[in-house]
Design a protein around this ligand. Structure first.
Ligand code: NAD
Length: 493
């Protein structure tokens, strides 16, 4: 085990199929967003590799895995969590290398949550209780009870923004419910998933239960996985337009899908809020992970009496963020995931000006005078002055940026928050308890935080409305998605 965040990582990232690491002829480069250097070569799955992975999962699914008891599956999940813990620093190094995020964040959020995902679902499945109903009919007394069976083979497709966290958020409950898995991490962040496959091998997980394929999405590994007839369900996190493409791909097979998609989330700051807590909260909700969290607030609404003061305070704190190398103490903000994504974000920075925004701070690219100038950094940015229908206020940007607008009444702000194609998350800042309970249920999102942001209890339902997806995962909602329920109705008297 290496103890530093720049530990040596695999130079060739391979698929893990049927319990073995497998090569492919074609490879692509895994590039550092910090300085543009090549970190490793990643094998690109062809259709035959995807097919081999699905077949391995099907074979394993016919084997003993599906009939393990819940406590036995829970024990396997704890072993996986132990395996990640034993290589904690390697996982941190992988996540930092692939994403450029500060080491402290990878330690406290990404890898810690990856472990928690396995432990939480192990505990949930190990302690779950069933459902039963007594029913009186003219024919006599009936007892209904519900059994859970695995769905079969689940395809997991995940994005780059929180690589291990989001990958394991799907893999853990799928395995916990007795499924076998074929999983594809984002092509931008393949390393931590490869380390996870090493853990699966090292703990002796039965072959074929967990399979990993690397590659791209459209017309590549991702799409072939969604179209494969041997897959029983797809669970996907990523962009809304990719969700739409996957939905079309699975339609012919009428496969179960669970989608966690994009967002254009709002933060609402009432004049009665604890001012400092609200400024600090919005700083976090707009700029954590350089704005590359699906839950980040890109729309901020502030009640008019405190608007100017709030903008000035958030500006000061934003200018104090330290954009730079993940390995330097004090860095708060890493790069965009890639130069391609940086171009997209910078495109919005230009568009905002064309749409008439006042740039309060940022709006460009930081200059370092060293190798980081070849990275994918942008300046944390705040705008004001845009109309609600501006593209920069309606479209997901997925960068370190927010637009702040004033509002005058509760009804008005609820209407403006809900006037969005997305419905993932919102946060409300107020000290008025009645207002908090009145407003929160009126917001059309899957989660509303009050005086908080990004707090996740893994037992609660998580997901989005509208373009942000459908279905909920977390706690028993994950257990429901990853299993097939059968109601058994027995005449007992
Ligand atoms: P993306 O949709 O581009 O890619 C996600 C994954 O899908 C990748 O593994 C990619 O290879 C694969 N993919 C792409 N096209 C595909 C296709 N046609 N068929 C099958 N697979 C395909 O998303 P991204 O850029 O990696 O991630 C950022 C997006 O994810 C943002 O929109 C963000 O809001 C969203 N996100 C949502 C949540 C949530 O919980 N709602 C969480 C994190 C990220």
């Amino acid at each position: 085990m290496k103890s530093n965040a720049q530990a040596e990582l695999p130079q060739r990232l391979r698929h893990f199929i049927d319990g073995e690491f497998v090569d492919s002829a074609h490879t692509f480069a895994n590039v550092s967003p910090v300085d543009g250097r090549e970190l490793s070569r990643v094998v690109e799955a062809d259709a035959a590799s995807v097919d081999a992975a699905v077949k391995a999962a099907r074979r394993a699914q016919q084997g003993p895995w599906r009939s393990l008891s819940a406590p036995e599956r829970a024990a396997w999940l704890h072993r996986i969590a132990d395996g990640i813990e034993a290589r904690f620093d390697d996982f941190v190094a992988a996540e930092v290398a692939d994403t450029g995020r500060p080491v402290a964040q990878a330690r406290s959020l990404d890898i810690a949550r990856g472990i928690a995902n396995f432990r939480t679902f192990a505990d949930l499945v190990g302690t779950a209780h069933g459902e039963f109903f007594e029913t009186s009919t003219a024919d006599g007394q009936m007892l209904n009870y519900v059994t859970r069976k695995p769905l079969g083979v689940v395809g997991v497709i995940s994005p780059w923004n929180l690589p291990l966290l989001l990958f394991t958020w799907k893999v853990a409950p799928a395995l916990a419910m007795g499924n076998c898995v074929v999983a594809k991490p984002s092509e931008e962040t393949p390393t931590s998933a490869t380390l996870l496959a090493e853990v699966m091998r090292d703990i002796g997980l039965p072959r074929g239960v967990f399979n990993l394929i690397h590659g791209h999405g459209a017309n590549a590994a991702g799409e072939w996985l969604t179209r494969h007839p041997g897959i029983d369900a797809i669970t996907f996190t990523g962009e809304s337009k990719t969700g739409s493409a996957i939905m079309k791909a699975v339609a012919d097979g009428v496969k179960n899908v669970s989608f966690e998609l994009g967002g254009k989330n709002a933060a609402v700051v009432f004049a009665d809020a604890d001012f400092d807590a609200a400024v600090q909260g919005v700083l976090r909700s707009s700029f954590t992970n350089a704005g590359q969290v699906c839950l980040c607030s890109e729309r901020v609404y502030v009640e008019r009496p405190i608007f100017d003061r709030f903008v000035a305070a958030l500006k000061d704190k934003t200018q104090a963020l330290v954009v730079g190398s993940p390995y330097e103490a004090g860095t708060t903000t890493g790069p965009m995931i890639s130069k391609g994504h940086r171009e997209k974000v910078l495109g919005y920075y230009e568009l905002a000006v064309a749409e008439g925004a006042t740039v309060v701070t940022g709006g460009g690219v930081p200059k370092f005078g060293n190798a980081r100038d070849d990275g994918a950094f942008v300046q944390p940015t705040i705008w004001t002055g845009l109309p609600d229908d501006a593209r920069c206020v309606t479209e997901e940007i997925f960068g370190p940026v927010c637009h702040i607008a004033p509002f005058d009444s509760e009804d008005e702000v609820v209407r403006r928050v809900n006037n969005s194609a997305y419905g993932l998350a919102a946060s409300i800042w107020t000290t008025n308890l009645s207002r908090a309970h009145r407003v929160a249920p009126r917001i059309e999102t899957g989660i509303v935080w009050v005086n908080a942001w990004f707090v996740r209890d893994l037992r609660t339902p998580f997901g989005g409305a509208k373009l942000s997806g459908f279905g909920r995962e977390g706690g028993r909602h994950s257990m429901d998605f990853y299993s097939e329920l059968t109601n058994v109705c027995v005449k007992v008297a």
